[in-house]
Design a protein around this ligand. Sequence first.
Ligand SMILES: Cc1cc2nc3c(=O)[nH]c(=O)nc-3n(C[C@H](O)[C@H](O)[C@H](O)COP(=O)(O)O)c2cc1C
Length: 181
Amino acid sequence: MKNVLLGCTGSVASIKIPEILEKLKENSEISVKLVVTEHSQHFLPPLESLGVDYLTDTHEWDCWKSRGDPVLHIELRKWADICIVAPLDANTLAKVANGQADNLLTCVLRAWDFTKPIVVAPAMNTYMFEHPVTRPQLQTIQGWGYTVLEPQVKTLVCGDKGTGAMASVETILESINSVLV
Ligand SMILES: Cc1cc2nc3c(=O)[nH]c(=O)nc-3n(C[C@H](O)[C@H](O)[C@H](O)COP(=O)(O)O)c2cc1C
């Protein structure tokens, strides 16, 4: 059994999370936990309906009451055999590239063990993607060992056409399967 930690952030591409989870659940050899940011939840159905263990910032803080209690982001870092953040939005990319850790997801990423695979699928409006800050941040995290699934060129949910759409669900699943063999 392999443990897959799926993170999602406040990109509209989080509407793909139910589809990604359904496909992951078809593989009986993997166990999945979902870590959501506060803003990603705007794009998700009720978390209880997803049929998977999910973790929010509230879980992180409720877990720890006194010395000896588990620190959730460290437990998740130990539990996971792979982490994939899909979608990775511009805000969380910037935070990760700068070492910030202000929620459950970024704390897991800040504590990541780079002997284990970590994959991200950036998703943002073309104007955001083409901003000069984006590529250096992606290169920074690639230099640490992140695999970046490049966004696609297509008409975005906002109606603009250009680069920034999250890699396809198939690409995301292939990347998980390829590192778990
Ligand atoms: C309707 C809507 C759609 C958004 N889509 C994206 C997106 O696709 N990519 C992105 O980088 N930010 C997007 N944002 C902005 C993020 O949600 C915002 O930066 C948020 O603070 C991200 O928080 P998080 O990184 O903690 O999840 C969107 C915001 C709104 C209101």
